[in-house]
Design a protein around this ligand. Structure first.
Ligand code: FE2
Length: 262
């Protein structure tokens, strides 16, 4: 019998602006997201789930989230979202009666656990998993020992070699990994926030980050810098294959940078 393989699509850090005519860091973030959606459709894949992993709107109202949902609507697969540090969870809840973090999705041998990492913001971009989220995570892990588990959150729980970004990573990452100790079923963590592709690891758990659909940040930078390498500065996204034996593959898609808006 053929092995069941799940496919997940991750779109992250779309940063749609409240006013669709406005720009986010000089780009038309609606247009970038449309390009990404068109590219994902061109793969002709059936995605089991579409994960929208935060910073979906850059401080905007429910109308901006409705715009986002209408742009991603043509994609196959149920859509799930979590907030990032620039999102407005109240606006997200206003336009869609769906969980906004602390969501469990069971798919064959896999359980996806979606977490809200925006508790206790420091005002610069960092965030944490709340005590309630951590307790929920522990309870879910206790129930899923015989399954494969993938965690999904906005903030990266592992440092990179980027000084300014390490200062705004998941603030209580140590507590998270303390919580995961003793549960062997966690096969990976996927996140956004970094605006760059990363494949990291902590305590034997792979941690993947997807490029943003909006703009990319330069890796290994002491201070904030946009990516200028033309091969990596265009809109990007990831899709993943989850195998029945617990293996996860990350696939990265990068689009050519759209022409300058002038
Ligand atoms: Fe972002």
């Amino acid at each position: 019998m053929a092995e069941t393989v799940l496919s997940l699509l991750q779109l992250t850090d779309c940063h749609l602006t409240a006013d669709p005519q406005a720009r986010f860091r000089d780009i038309d973030s609606d247009h970038h997201l449309r390009l990404v959606v068109d590219d994902a459709l061109s793969l002709s894949m059936v995605f089991d789930r579409v994960l929208l992993t935060g910073d979906l709107v850059h401080h905007g109202p429910a109308a901006a989230y409705r715009r986002l949902l209408s742009i991603v609507d043509p994609l196959p697969g149920l859509k799930h979202w979590i907030p990032g540090n620039h999102d407005e969870p109240a606006a997200m809840r206003e336009c869609r009666n769906q969980p906004c973090g602390m969501e469990r999705i069971d798919l064959d041998a896999w359980t996806l656990l979606l977490l809200d990492s925006t508790a206790e913001p420091d005002g610069r971009g960092s965030g944490s998993l709340s005590e309630v989220s951590l307790q929920w995570l522990s309870a879910m892990l206790s129930e899923t020992r015989d399954r494969h588990v993938l965690l999904v959150m906005h903030h990266n729980p592992v440092s990179t070699d980027s000084v300014w970004q390490d200062q705004i990573m998941l603030a209580n990452a140590e507590t998270l990994f303390d919580c995961l100790r003793g549960y062997k079923q966690v096969r990976g963590i996927i996140c956004g926030h970094l605006h760059q592709q990363q494949a990291l690891e902590q305590d034997g758990i792979p941690v993947w980050c997807s490029p943003a659909t909006s703009v990319q940040f330069r890796p290994a930078s002491d201070s904030f810098a946009l990516e200028t390498d033309m091969n990596r500065s265009g809109p990007g996204y990831c899709w993943y294959r989850l195998h029945a034996d617990g293996r996860i593959e990350q696939h990265v898609r990068r689009l050519a940078p759209p022409h300058s808006l002038g």
